[in-house]
Design a protein around this ligand. Sequence first.
Ligand code: PRP
Length: 188
Amino acid sequence: MKISTNINKDVEFVLIDNKSLNKRIKELGKEITKDYKGKNPVLLCLLKGSLHFMTKLAENITLPIEYECLKASSYANTVSTGKVSVLVNMLNSIKDKDVIIIEDIVDTGHTMKNILAILEKEGARSIEIATLLNKQARREVEGINPKYVGFEIPDYFVIGFGLDYNEFYRNLPYIGVLKEEVYKNNEQ
Ligand code: PRP
C-alpha cells in the first residue's frame, strides 16, 4: 500500500465537503430531536468508522441521550467478505430502550443485518438506523432501510470522516474518493 505523507494527496476528488457534512448532520440531529421528543434514546456507535458522525450528530441532538459502542468488522481491503463478527462488545443493557444505530456507511447491508439480529435479542423497545452514507445500489440484504440517511452515494470507494482504507484516511475532514493507484496492487 502506497500512502502519501499528506493523505489529501491520495484523494481523487472530494465527494462531500466538510461544510455539507456538517449542514446535513445538523438537519439529522434536529429531525431526531423532534422524532424522539420525550424519550431518552441510546445512540449506538458502530466503531470505528462512525466516530466522527456519532459525535457531530450527538452535538446536534438536544435530548438526554446515552452513548453505547460496538465493534463489528467485515472488510478485508475494499472487498466485503460478507462475514461479520462482533469484536468488542461494550454494550450495557438496552432492554426497553429506544436505540438508534449510528453507522458511517451501509453498503451490502451484511453488517447491519448481523447487528440488528444481536440487538433484537437484547430486547430494545425500538431500533432505528442513522447512517451518514447509504450505497443503496450495492445492497445484498433486503429490508435494511435506514430511517435517517445523510447522503445517498454511488459506488465509489470512499474514505474520510471516519471511513478508512486499511485503517488509514479516517482523519480526513471530508468524504473523498480514493485514488485507484493507492489500492490497485493491494486487493486480495
Ligand atoms: C464498514 C462500515 C460498515 C460496514 C458496511 O465497517 O463502517 O460498518 O463496513 O458494510 P456492509 O454494509 O457491506 O456490511 P468496517 O467493517 O470496515 O469497520 P470500521 O467501521 O472499523 O471501518
